[in-house]
Design a protein around this ligand. Structure first.
Ligand SMILES: C[S@@+](CC[C@H](N)C(=O)[O-])C[C@H]1O[C@@H](n2cnc3c(N)ncnc32)[C@H](O)[C@@H]1O
Length: 697
C-alpha cells in the first residue's frame, strides 16, 4: 500500500531538511518510493513547493533520492531493474501493470495535496492562487478512474474542493461562480453545514434573500448550536424587511450619536422607475406613485469606492470582470462619450437593479471590458464624498473626514435640479438613502442636487463645469430671465460685507449692541422686502436660496455674537433661513444645523413646555424627516443632541470675538453708506422678478 497523505506528511516535508525527506522516503518500499518521488516531482513541477520552501532544496533532495532509489532498485529487484532506466517515469512505464494501483494512489495524493495547497494559499491571503489549486484539484479528480474502495474518500475530497473554491470565489467577488461551486458541493452532500452557510452568504450578496434564509435555516437544522448561523438567520429577516418592504431601523445608530458605526443596509428599490427625461438630458428616475415628504424612495450601496476616480475606474472594471450582471448594470449608465455624441441611451429594465426573486445565473466567463467606456461612465456618474465615519482607517484624514469617490448604480439615473424634490442621506459605508424632499406626484421626475444649490446662478453654473451639461431646471430658467438684476442685489450685499471687512478699524464695546442690531435689521428688511413682494412662494424661496451666502454670513456673525443680540430677532432670522432652505430641499444638511439652533434658541427663550417650543419641535421633526423618515421622540432627541454639539460653536463660528466685532462694525458703517441704494435695487429687482413677462414656468 502506498503511504497515505498523513504518512507521507508532505507538509512536514515542506519545512524539513532534505535529509529528513530522504530518511522518510527510505522507510518505504522501492515501489512506494517510486510513487512518492513521482508525486514529489509532479508537485514540484506544479510549483507547489516554490511558494513555501526553497524550490532548489526540494529539487536537490529529489535528485539525491532518485540516485539512492535507482541504486537500491538495481540491486534488490532485478525485474524492476531491467526496466529501470533513468527516471521514475520510465521505471513506472516499464512495469505498468505492477505500478498501476500505485499510480492511482499517487494521483489521489496529488489531488489531496492540491487541495491542501489551496487551503494554505487561502490562509496566506492568496485567493487567486487558492482558487487555481482547487480548480486543478477538481479537474485532476475528474480524470482519475472511480475505484469502488475510494468512493467515500473521493466524494469527500470533491466536496471540500468545491466548497472551498466557493469561498475563494465569493471573496474574489465572483458571486455567480461561487454559487455554482456551493451548489456542486451540496449535490455531493446536501447537509454539509459549511456549504449550506456559504451558499446562504453568497445568495445574500446576490440579493436573493428568500433563498439565502432557506440555506441558513437548513444549516441550523444540522448545527443548531452554531451562533454564527443563528446570527445569519436573524440577519435574513432584517434583509427581507429592508429589501422588499423598505423598513430600515437605524434607531440604534442614531441613539449612539456621532461616533456610531453605520449599520449595513440592503439595497431597496421603492416606487421609482427609469424613463426618458423631459427636462434634463437622457434618462431620469420617476415616481411610480404619489409619495409624501420623507417617504423612502430607494436605498443604494455604492458598487465601489476608491480614494480617487482613476482608482475607482479599476475597481469598477474588476467588479465587472467578475459578474455579467454587474457589467450590465454599469454599462446601463450614461458615459461621457455617449452624452457628448448625444447618443440616445436605452431605458434599462428595473429588474437589473431590484433584489431578485428568480435566480438567473450569468457567469463572468468571457467578458471583454471596454476600459474607455468604464472611464467615461465613472466620469459622469461617480460622486465625491466626505466620509467622517469612525470605522474608516485611512490615513488621509482631516477634521471633516476622508475624501473618496464612489459609484452608485440606480441613483446615477437621477438628474440634477437646483430645486430638487429629493434629499439624500449617507450614514456612512457608502449607503445612500434617497427620500422625497416634498410631496411628489406619480409620474414626476425625481431630482437631487449634485452640488450646493444655496448659491447664486453664476456660482451654480460654475459647479456644472465638471459635468457635460448646463442646468435648465425651472429655477435656473427663471433666473436666466433677469440675469443681471438678482446678481446686482447680491453684489451690493456682498460689497457691503467686503467693505466692512476692510473697514475694520477700532473696537468700542459700547457700540456692539447697536451694530448687531443693524445687521439683524439688514437681514430682516431684506426678508421683509422679499416676503411682501408680489411673487409666488417658490420664487421667493429661490431668491432666498440665491442670496443664501449673505443670509448665512450674517447669521453666523449673529451666532458668534450671541450675547449682543436680541434673541427674538435672531429667532426671526433663523426661521427665515430654515423655511427657505427646507423649501429648497434641505441643502446638504445645513438645514438641520440651523433647525437645531432655532429649536434650542426657542427653548431657552420661551421654555421647554411653551407653545413656541412645541411648534419649533414639530418643525424640526419635519426637517429630520427629510433625512431620516419618521422618528420616535427619543430618537429625535438623541439626534438633536448629536447635532447640538456641532452647532453650538462650529469651527467656522469660532473666530476671535474681537475680529467678528470689527467685521460687524465695518459692516454697519458700510451698510449705512449704501442702505438707500441697496433698498432701491432690492425693490427694483423684486418688481422685475414679479413681472409676469418673466414668469417662465
Ligand atoms: C448621473 S447622470 C444622470 C442620468 C442621465 N441623464 C442618464 O441618461 O443616464 C448625469 C448626466 O445627466 C445629464 N443631466 C443631469 N442633470 C441635468 C440637468 N439638470 N440638465 C441637463 N442635463 C442633466 C447630464 O448629461 C449629466 O452629465
Amino acid at each position: 500500500m502506498v503511504p497515505n497523505r498523513q504518512a507521507l506528511n508532505v507538509s512536514m516535508m515542506r519545512s524539513s531538511s532534505a535529509n529528513n525527506i530522504r530518511s522518510e522516503i527510505r522507510s518505504y518500499s522501492e515501489v512506494q518510493s517510486v510513487c512518492i518521488i513521482s508525486l514529489l516531482q509532479q508537485l514540484t513541477e506544479e510549483g507547489h513547493f516554490s511558494k513555501f520552501d526553497s524550490r532548489r532544496r526540494i529539487e536537490e533532495a529529489l535528485k539525491d533520492l532518485f540516485q539512492d532509489l535507482r541504486a537500491a532498485t538495481l540491486e534488490k529487484d532485478p525485474e524492476l531493474s531491467q526496466n529501470s532506466k533513468s527516471s521514475p517515469e520510465q521505471m513506472i512505464a516499464g512495469d505498468e501493470m505492477k505500478m498501476k494501483p500505485y499510480l492511482i494512489e499517487v494521483e489521489y495524493l496529488r489531488v489531496e495535496n492540491l487541495r491542501t495547497a489551496g487551503n494554505d494559499l487561502y490562509a496566506m491571503g492568496d485567493l487567486k492562487g487558492a482558487m487555481e489549486m482547487y480548480t486543478k484539484c477538481i479537474s485532476l479528480m475528474e480524470t482519475i478512474p472511480d475505484g469502488a474502495d475510494r468512493k467515500e474518500w473521493r466524494s469527500q475530497l470533491m466536496l471540500l474542493a468545491y466548497s472551498n473554491r466557493a469561498e475563494a470565489h465569493f471573496r474574489l467577488n465572483f458571486l455567480e461562480d461561487a454559487l455554482l461551486d456551493a451548489e456542486k458541493a451540496l449535490e455531493i452532500s446536501p447537509q454539509h453545514v459549511k456549504s449550506l452557510a456559504r451558499k446562504g452568504k453568497i445568495l445574500e450578496a446576490l440579493e436573493h434573500y428568500e433563498e439565502s434564509r432557506e440555506c441558513f435555516a437548513a444549516a441550523i437544522e444540522e448545527a443548531p448550536r452554531d451562533l454564527s448561523l443563528q446570527k445569519a438567520l436573524a440577519r435574513c429577516k432584517v434583509n427581507y424587511q429592508q429589501a422588499f418592504n423598505g423598513v430600515f431601523d437605524l434607531t440604534k445608530f442614531y441613539m449612539e450619536g456621532k461616533n456610531a458605526t453605520p449599520p449595513t443596509c440592503c439595497n431597496f428599490v421603492g416606487p421609482v422607475e427609469i424613463r426618458k427625461s423631459k427636462g434634463a438630458g437622457g434618462r431620469g428616475l420617476f415616481a411610480t406613485q404619489n409619495v409624501k415628504t420623507g417617504d423612502l424612495l430607494m436605498v443604494s450601496n455604492a458598487l465601489a469606492r476608491a480614494p480617487d476616480k482613476e482608482t475607482l475606474v479599476h475597481e469598477v472594471a474588476t467588479l465587472c470582470a467578475s459578474s455579467r450582471r454587474r457589467l450590465k448594470q454599469v454599462y446601463s449608465l450614461a458615459s461621457e462619450l455617449q452624452i457628448l455624441a448625444e447618443e440616445e441611451n436605452q431605458i434599462p429594465s428595473m429588474d437589473l437593479f431590484e433584489p431578485r426573486s428568480e435566480l438567473e445565473l450569468e457567469r463572468a466567463a468571457g467578458i471583454e471590458l471596454d476600459l474607455v467606456r468604464i472611464h467615461g461612465i465613472v466620469k459622469v456618474n461617480a460622486i465625491t464624498v466626505w466620509d467622517s465615519s469612525p470605522s474608516d482607517e485611512s490615513d488621509d484624514k482631516d477634521a471633516s473626514g476622508t475624501k473618496y469617490s464612489a459609484l452608485w448604480l440606480l441613483p446615477s439615473f437621477m438628474n440634477h435640479s437646483c430645486t430638487p424634490n429629493c434629499v439624500t442621506y449617507n450614514p456612512g459605508r457608502e449607503i445612500l438613502f434617497v427620500r422625497a424632499g416634498r410631496d411628489i406626484s406619480e409620474g414626476e421626475e425625481l431630482c437631487i442636487a449634485y452640488f450646493d444649490i444655496l448659491k447664486d446662478l453664476e456660482t451654480r453654473q460654475l459647479c456644472t463645469v465638471n459635468w457635460p451639461f448646463v442646468c435648465t431646471c425651472p429655477r435656473c430658467t427663471w433666473e436666466y430671465s433677469f440675469p443681471r438684476a438678482l446678481n446686482e442685489v447680491r453684489q451690493r450685499l456682498l460689497k457691503v460685507v467686503s467693505k466692512a471687512k476692510s473697514d475694520c478699524l477700532k473696537c468700542l464695546s459700547a457700540e456692539r449692541p447697536k451694530v448687531t442690531k443693524d445687521l439683524t435689521c439688514l437681514i430682516l428688511s431684506l426678508e421683509k422686502a422679499i416676503e411682501t413682494a408680489d411673487l409666488e412662494l417658490k420664487h421667493k424661496n429661490w431668491i432666498r436660496g440665491s442670496l443664501m451666502d449673505v443670509y448665512l454670513a450674517s447669521s453666523r456673525v449673529l451666532v458668534a455674537l450671541l450675547e449682543y443680540i436680541d434673541p427674538a430677532s435672531r429667532i426671526q432670522v433663523l426661521k427665515v433661513l430654515v423655511d427657505a432652505i427646507t423649501a429648497l430641499g434641505g441643502g446638504d444638511g445645513i438645514c438641520i444645523e440651523i433647525g437645531v439652533m432655532l429649536f434650542e434658541e426657542i427653548e431657552i427663550l420661551y421654555g421647554r413646555q411653551s407653545q413656541e417650543s412645541r411648534i419649533a419641535e414639530s418643525k424640526l421633526l419635519e426637517i429630520f424627516k427629510l433625512y431620516h423618515g419618521k422618528l420616535t421622540r427619543n430618537t429625535f432627541l438623541a439626534l438633536v443632541s448629536s447635532h447640538s454639539q456641532s452647532t453650538k460653536r462650529p469651527a467656522e463660528f469660532a473666530v476671535d470675538d474681537n475680529e467678528v466685532w470689527l467685521f460687524m462694525k465695518g459692516l454697519a458703517e458700510a451698510l449705512s453708506d449704501v442702505e438707500s441704494s441697496l433698498k432701491h435695487s432690492i425693490s427694483d429687482f423684486l418688481r422685475l422678478a414679479g413681472d409676469p413677462l418673466f414668469e417662465m414656468d
